[in-house]
Design a protein around this ligand. Structure first.
Ligand SMILES: *[C@@H]1O[C@H](CO)[C@@H](O)[C@H](O)[C@H]1NC(C)=O
Ligand SMILES: *[C@@H]1O[C@H](CO)[C@@H](O)[C@H](O)[C@H]1NC(C)=O
Length: 355
């Protein structure tokens, strides 16, 4: 869960890079012949920026979600919920994510065990028109609390009629392999059970984990986990690499991490769910390279680097790779925020969402 004590990250170097086809545009003749409304139906989808939320809950998911191949480059923020934000705070933040940054998603991080909390997430996401990567958080305190969280979340996904329209993925996390929260085979079983539970809602199931978590558990069957998940939520935190220097100089490390998932992920869609560079160090967030620099400039330069490589993210992996910025605010996780604890942006942040 905490990605801090990442001791040795001696990862292999992979040369192959998957390049997936970008979906073709609608046939021009079809476009010309279609009337305005059907054209609108064909081009507008949740959670694209130009989508207008319906006034009532649709009867089916047909043509609801945007193709995952349009979800590349910047897709949104990791958003920590340990503070158990009120519904109004969630609404305000989610709208800000959509309007200020053109974010299409939040990826939840941490846990809030308040009754009805996920309903608040769903309502706030619905109002803002953004999607959610929901999370079953393991945590350290109680080795069994994740089971209660799992059951609560699954039940809410079924009972809240809006939930399946905003929940893009269910994650087990964070870093359950790296943290030895479950054995690889128990985690695989849990993924398969969750997939069966959610099949009628068409919600993909994944694990939020770094390459190193899979690599260190390879002998324990971590490939079965990769085979079982529907999509890949990858942790990319190059600051902790033994090779780390500056945010702007981390592209080869980023590619190495991503290539692990391209090479072992069977062409599945990849999102960088926990992805960033801290602006400060403190116990628990310390580099493994003496040359790694943590400051606001390097945090900013890291995201600039990703933004600069938009064309790579458009075509890489299983139909483009989307990246989340970790994390929305320093109030949620010190040093990683786009906003400081004073509520002001730490640096200008407006990454491209298409290119
Ligand atoms: C709306 O956004 C989607 C996804 O970003 C895009 O594919 C589509 O062309 C846009 N439609 C219009 C009418 O601008
Ligand atoms: C999914 O799991 C939840 C929580 O355990 C349960 O309440 C619900 O009945 C299950 N639904 C299906 C379709 O398996």
């Amino acid at each position: 869960m905490l990605f801090s004590v990442l001791a040795s990250v001696a990862l292999g170097c992979f040369l192959l890079e998957g390049v997936a086809a970008v979906p073709s545009q609608l046939d021009p003749i079809v476009r010309l012949n279609s009337d305005l409304s059907s054209k609108k139906a064909a081009t507008s989808c949740f959670p694209s920026l130009n989508f207008t939320m319906p006034s009532s809950v649709p009867s089916s998911l047909d043509n609801w979600w945007c193709s995952m191949s349009t979800e590349y480059a910047f897709v949104g923020f990791s958003y920590e919920v340990t503070a158990c934000q009120s519904l109004s705070a969630l609404k305000k933040d989610f709208l800000d994510i959509k309007k200020t940054f053109e974010g299409r998603y939040v990826r939840l991080y941490g846990a809030c065990d308040r009754k009805g909390f996920y309903d608040d997430i769903v309502n706030a996401a619905w109002q803002a028109g953004i999607g959610v990567h929901a999370l079953i958080w393991f945590g350290w305190e109680d080795p069994n609390i994740w089971k209660t969280r799992r059951d609560t979340l699954l039940a809410s996904l079924h009972s809240n009629p809006k939930a399946k329209f905003v929940t893009r993925a269910l994650q087990f996390g964070s870093e359950p392999l790296y943290d030895y929260a479950l054995s690889a085979s128990d985690l695989t079983k849990q993924i398969n059970k969750a997939k069966a539970n959610l099949s009628s809602l068409q919600i993909p199931v994944t694990v939020s984990e770094m390459p190193y978590g899979y690599q260190e558990r390879a002998g324990d069957g971590s490939q079965n986990v990769l085979n079982a998940i529907d999509i890949i939520d990858a942790h990319v935190l190059p600051f902790f690499s033994t090779e780390a220097t500056f945010g702007s100089k981390s592209w080869s490390i980023v590619k190495e991490y991503i290539n692990y998932f391209i090479d072992n992920g069977n062409g599945k869609k990849i999102y960088l769910s926990q992805n960033g560079w801290p602006s400060t160090t403190y116990p628990g967030v310390e580099p493994n390279s003496p040359s790694a620099v943590a400051d606001v400039k390097n945090e900013q330069d890291y995201f600039k680097l990703l933004d600069h490589n938009c064309a790579y993210f458009k075509t890489a992996g299983g139909g483009g790779i989307g990246w989340f910025a970790h994390i929305y605010s320093d109030n949620q996780e010190p040093g990683y925020g786009i906003y400081g604890t004073n509520g002001k942006l730490k640096f200008p942040f407006s990454p491209q969402i298409s290119c």
